[in-house]
Ligand binder design. Structure first.
Ligand SMILES: NC(=O)c1ccc[n+]([C@@H]2O[C@H](COP(=O)([O-])OP(=O)(O)OC[C@H]3O[C@@H](n4cnc5c(N)ncnc54)[C@H](O)[C@@H]3O)[C@@H](O)[C@H]2O)c1
Length: 350
């Protein structure tokens, strides 16, 4: 029988259970360990887990027979029966676990945001550079079928020169969903700016390279510590294009989650929204690209499948995101926070 990659997940909340389900459907993976501070989750009871998008049936307990469970993530990291440490704890805990797991010689997949701030992100990246193991971050939008397909079309030159692009990510308010309501504590999560809008900041970096400066407007309406719950940013590339993104979780609980983009180029416009994913060419032709691999329906499936494949094939997992790009996005989002605070344009120092 082919060798399976042994995965340990730290944090069995919304993302941890999402990763758990994805790994379970991957025959190349065995989940050997789980760590969570919550005793109920260590018994497989995930009824309290709620997310803002996707997610499975959490009413049924997970069958953790044969899976080692730990209350302390550091014990999981030191378990010799774990090859990959998958970090799905709240953002303020990423740095300590990512660094410890890399130092312990494990492959590490860390949920996004890479860290709570640039300094912590730099600490993790420095450790990842020293390691000969695979390291990546869950910037899942780079892998999301419609985003990765649109980016491929754009970089192929088929769409022509960029004129403008807008990205949107609007979530209902998620207060009360998570462990100890940590998302609403700006110190722990960085608010919607870092937690949610970062996906589109990183998408802008992925599609168009490094913006020179940002001008952001934001509002704090729900989180503590003045964190931004809704933000709109213009990214300056100095080439006459207009690139903007809007993200927030300030809306009432009942509204549906929305993620969308519109990329207007000289030869075509690419549109992704709740109505679908289409390319409208200037000559009137309309194409509806289909996802490359229906077995991997979301960016979460793609990123984990790709990461496991890199481990098995002894390759660096840098096709979708490099270590430098991980840091870039943290620097851009930090500039957005500064811009919104100061109400002026901020140049980005890379
Ligand atoms: N990629 C995405 O689309 C996406 C979506 C949602 C969340 N996230 C990210 O995933 C991470 C987790 O978010 P979530 O929504 O799953 O949060 P959550 O609150 O649902 O889950 C966090 C889990 O961590 C556990 N935990 C807390 N402290 C711990 C510790 N010291 N050791 C072990 N377990 C501990 C909690 O008991 C809980 O089960 C965050 O960084 C978040 O930003 C990413």
């Amino acid at each position: 029988m082919a060798k399976k990659v042994k995965v340990g997940i730290i944090g069995l909340g919304f993302m941890g259970t999402t990763h758990y389900g994805i790994y379970k459907s991957n025959p190349k993976v065995e989940i050997t360990a789980i760590a969570d501070v919550d005793a109920a989750k260590r018994k497989g009871d995930i009824r309290k887990v709620i997310g803002n998008i996707g997610g499975g049936d959490n009413s049924k307990p997970l069958d953790l027979t044969g899976t080692k469970t730990y209350a302390d993530g550091m014990e999981l990291i030191n378990d010799p029966n774990v090859d990959v440490v998958d970090i799905c704890v709240p953002t303020f805990l990423h740095c300590q676990y990512a660094v410890a797991a890399l130092k312990a010689g494990k492959h590490v997949f860390c949920e996004k945001p890479l860290a709570r701030n640039v300094k912590e992100a730099e600490t993790i990246i420095a450790e990842a550079r020293k390691s000969d193991k695979c390291f990546s971050v869950g910037m899942c939008i780079r892998y999301w079928p419609e985003y990765s397909c649109a980016r491929e079309l754009y970089t192929s030159g088929k769409l022509g020169k960029l004129r403008s692009a807008t990205f949107t990510r609007l979530s209902p308010n998620i207060a009360g969903n998570a462990w100890r309501n940590w998302f609403m504590d700006g110190k722990l999560s960085g608010g919607a700016l870092l937690d949610l809008h970062l996906h589109d900041t990183d998408a802008v970096r992925f599609f168009f390279g490094r913006p020179r400066a940002v001008t952001s407007f934001g509002v704090n309406s729900r989180s503590s510590d003045g964190a931004m719950d809704h933000v709109i940013t213009n990214y300056e590339f100095g080439d006459g294009t207009m690139v903007a993104a809007e993200g927030g979780w300030a809306a009432a609980r009942g509204i549906p989650f929305e993620m969308s983009f519109q990329i207007i180029c000289e030869k075509a416009t690419v549109l992704f929204n709740s109505a679908g994913f289409k390319v409208y060419y200037e000559n009137g032709k309309v194409e509806e690209p289909k996802p490359a691999n229906p077995a991997l329906p979301t960016g979460w499936h793609e990123e984990l499948d790709y990461f496991i494949g890199c481990i098995l094939n002894n390759k660096r997992p840098d096709k979708f995101i490099t270590l430098d790009e991980m840091l870039d996005s943290m620097k851009i989002i930090t500039a957005e926070q500064q811009s919104a605070n100061k109400r002026k344009t901020v140049k980005i120092k890379y």
